[in-house]
Design a protein around this ligand. Structure first.
Ligand SMILES: CC(C)(COP(=O)(O)OP(=O)(O)OC[C@H]1O[C@@H](n2cnc3c(N)ncnc32)[C@H](O)[C@@H]1OP(=O)(O)O)[C@@H](O)C(=O)NCCC(=O)NCCS
Length: 163
């Protein structure tokens, strides 16, 4: 079967995503701190949306999430804001950057609470990796992100023993 994405290029703007979620008592420990696992789940979800928007018909799975540091706490009643975009596309793999913000809704204060780099891979119905559209770099920022994403991808593949 011919690969429909061959020679196709898409911009990062076409797939970027943002979400805002209210943090509830069920998301947090007894002192009100939102669980890292809740944040991670939503990071994984939004990265999957970005990857799927870019890859379209194929299935996308998470291959890795780089070490994640939670810089600031997020509390019950805060909104969790996630901004996600593609930095780098290899062949079937994609690096998605997710920035995490906590918003104090009482005072309209938004703080950067963390960042994650998620690698997703496009696969066919047999689980075999499948090429995705190349990333069309429109701006100097796109080019810088691509270069830095490529360097990170090489080191994560080395770490995983895949290079
Ligand atoms: C991700 C997965 C498909 C890769 O399988 P694989 O046998 O290594 O596949 P390939 O050798 O064909 O590699 C496919 C791509 O994955 C990339 N890759 C594989 N392991 C990786 C890792 N640990 N980190 C980053 N990229 C990785 C390869 O570099 C390659 O990229 P490219 O096509 O852009 O060059 C496979 O490991 C898998 O199915 N894992 C489980 C995924 C999952 O269940 N996630 C949670 C639910 S979504």
């Amino acid at each position: 079967m011919q690969n429909p994405t061959k020679n196709l290029k898409k911009t990062a703007n076409e797939s970027k995503a943002e979400t805002t979620l209210m943090m509830l008592p069920s998301d947090a420990n007894p002192k009100g701190n939102v669980f890292g696992g809740v944040i991670l789940k939503n990071v994984d979800l939004i990265a999957g949306i970005v990857a799927k928007r870019h890859a379209n018909q194929s299935n996308v799975v998470t291959a890795s999430i780089d070490r994640m540091t939670f810089i600031k706490p997020i509390f019950i009643g805060n909104s969790l804001i996630l901004e996600a975009r593609l930095n780098y596309v290899k062949r079937s793999s994609m690096e998605i950057e997710v920035n995490i913000f906590a918003e104090d809704l009482d005072y309209n204060i938004r703080v950067h609470a963390g960042r994650a780099y998620v690698t997703t891979v496009s696969i066919d119905k047999y689980g075999k990796s499948m090429e995705v559209p190349q990333l069309l770099l429109e701006t100097e920022d796109d080019k810088r992100r691509f270069k830095e994403g490529e360097a990170r991808m090489m080191s994560r593949l080395k770490e995983a023993g895949k290079l």
